[in-house]
Design a protein around this ligand. Structure first.
Ligand code: BGC
Length: 575
């Protein structure tokens, strides 16, 4: 598995921070245009003082080439993050200006923009008056703005399912992984942890040299359950043209082999999951890591584009395949599907965040699937992003310079996985997902303990000194993903650890390589990715930095003893 592709896209990522002083009057209607507009405003309250706002603007006047929308919140509301416009707020007054791609608004044309917001007190009253390029919008208003109040505790897809499958359940310990961990000196301290079972090729369904097959795992899970609720976690990872932005985990299916994906991979898995013997297990699936995020960041015209990702975007097979997997697996009433959302150092930029949520929603409704097949989302699968950065926040600044301007943060909106996952949950609901969706965070290798772990904030001499001195994540760059030197085991798997988070999980089995440091012949379709070579000096997707990878790594998925030892040494909490 291997991602990357971050990188803020031109200047869009800086919009919110700088907008307040600079925009507002710059853009106005072309002289002589007969004005007129209609605005449909919809707010969805999440509970806890958070809400999402959708604003549909319809131009009822002459065609516009750019626009500025203004409105005033009646209460304490604040826009915390916006998309599809440059958003700013001064007191209660909100301004949203068009982007280069949605400024053109013909007569009668509409565009939709949105934001996440917060409010205090018990009611979130909608704004009632809007102006577009200075003209009050008097076009037919919606009957009344629909404010739907939702909470975070709903169950998005009932069936036999519970809201959070991890609550009150045991977790499956994979005996194949456990034996490898236990065979390492000191390994017995972690060998009893639950880890994900990766179905990374068709052969893995029935079993390979590395692992028993799915039925073998499920039979053992029934035994471990001994009548109690038990969660067993599978990673569904075999899309056509898999891992398009990297080589380490390229798969066995060629970009156009969607037919084989359906009939030789998903169908047999669904048939096994549906066997009556397994009906009492809570089967959690992580669905196709890296696939959809790659279609957002690593495609033309982004500077980070990779030809293989352009192919997968054009042929639609990631979207078709994810929809198919969700539909088939979701039809089994005790399966809980969690869609992959990359990690904060990839999707945390404004121009990646909303588009990822929208694309996921599209995939959730593809191939006969509906959003009801999505129980939640998983962040940081097989990645290294710190769970929480205790010594700096995105709000901090040094001598008036925001941490967002530090080299490390580079205008990202998030500094750690937990804040990213919680915000993404809200954005996904805004995109149309059920308000009851829950998040998982892979904490298998993001502990960042050991001697190099900072004990407090960095010095306030410069924003870079402050961030670099205080950050737990010791990587060279957040785009680095392969066998990272200095990493440690993270939080142990845990149910319901924080608001909106269903569980911390170890989806990546610690000790299994992310990719080979050099070419190793194999029949799994896996290539050699430079990002796994410690001598590699990088590419645009990691800001042209060193890879930070450990040397002498075996193929992705194979046991890497030296890495396992290092992960134990740098565990946090310590073992
Ligand atoms: C590999 C898979 C492996 C998984 C878990 C991925 O990077 O491509 O083959 O099963 O990691 O270790």
């Amino acid at each position: 598995m291997k991602f990357i592709g971050r990188r803020r896209w031109a200047s869009a990522g800086v919009a919110f921070a700088t907008a307040v002083a600079t925009v507002g009057f710059a853009l106005s209607a072309p002289a002589g245009a007969a004005p007129g507009c209609r605005v449909d405003y919809t707010a969805s309250n999440w509970g806890g003082g958070g809400f999402g706002g959708k604003v549909k603007i319809t131009n009822l006047g002459d065609a516009l080439s750019s626009w500025t929308l203004k409105f005033t919140f009646p209460g304490s509301q604040k826009v915390t993050q916006g998309w599809s416009a440059t958003w700013s707020q001064s007191g209660a007054n909100v301004t949203a200006t068009s982007m280069s791609w949605n400024g053109n608004l013909g007569t009668g044309a509409s565009t939709e923009i949105g934001f996440n917001g917060s409010y205090t007190g018990s009611s979130n009253v909608d704004p009632t008056s809007f102006t577009l390029n200075g003209t009050v919008c008097t076009g037919q208003q919606p009957p009344t703005s629909t404010t739907t109040t939702t909470t975070t505790s709903g169950n998005p897809n009932p069936g036999n399912r519970v809201d959070n499958p991890y609550v009150g359940a045991k977790m499956y310990v994979n005996p194949d992984w456990s034996a490898k961990a236990a065979a390492e000196p000191g390994g017995s301290r972690v060998a009893n942890q639950p880890t994900g079972v990766w179905i990374d090729r068709i052969a893995a369904i029935t079993g390979t040299v590395d692992s028993r097959g799915i039925e073998g795992h499920l039979d053992e899970a029934v035994r471990q359950a001994a009548g109690a609720p038990l969660v067993i976690q599978f990673v569904i990872y075999n899309l056509p043209g898999r891992d398009c932005s990297a080589l380490a985990s390229n798969g066995e299916l060629k970009p156009d082999e969607i037919g084989r994906y359906k009939t030789e991979y998903i169908d047999p898995i669904a048939a096994i999951f549906a066997k009556p013997a397994y009906k009492d297990l809570r089967i959690v699936t992580t669905v196709e890591i890296d696939s959809l995020p790659n279609l957002v960041t690593n495609v033309t015209p982004r500077p980070t584009a990779v030809p293989a990702c352009d192919v997968m975007k054009a042929n639609g097979n990631y979207v078709t395949g994810v929809g198919y997997a969700l539909a088939k697996l979701g039809a089994v009433p005790n399966v809980y599907n969690y869609l992959d959302i990359g990690h904060h150092g990839w999707i945390g930029w404004d121009d990646n965040f909303g588009p990822t949520a929208e694309l996921l929603f599209q995939a959730a409704n593809a191939s006969g699937s509906t959003k009801a097949n999505v129980h939640g989302f998983i962040a940081n699968t097989a990645n290294y992003g710190a769970l929480k950065e205790p010594y700096f926040t995105i709000e901090d600044s040094v001598n008036g310079t925001s941490v967002r301007q530090s080299k490390w943060v580079d205008w990202n909106r998030y500094v750690d996985e937990q804040s990213y996952a919680q915000a993404f949950r809200q954005r996904a609901v805004q995109a149309g997902f059920d308000p009851g969706v829950g998040m998982l965070i892979d904490t298998s290798r993001n502990g960042w303990g050991g001697a190099a772990r900072p004990a407090g904030p960095g010095p306030k001499t410069s924003v870079d000194a402050y961030v670099n001195g205080g950050r737990l994540d010791r990587r060279i760059h957040t785009g680095n993903w392969c066998n990272q030197a200095g990493a440690g085991l993270g939080e142990r798997p845990k149910a319901a650890p924080a608001a909106g988070i269903d569980a911390y999980v170890w989806m990546k089995p610690p000790g299994e390589s992310d990719g080979a440091s050099k070419e190793i012949p194999n029949n799994e379709g896996k290539g050699a990715d430079k990002m796994c070579d410690p001598a590699y000096t990088g590419n645009i997707r990691n800001g042209n930095n060193m890879s930070g990878a450990l040397p002498d790594a075996p193929l992705s998925g194979k046991w890497f003893s030296a890495q396992f030892q290092e992960l134990m040494r740098n565990a946090y909490p310590a073992l």
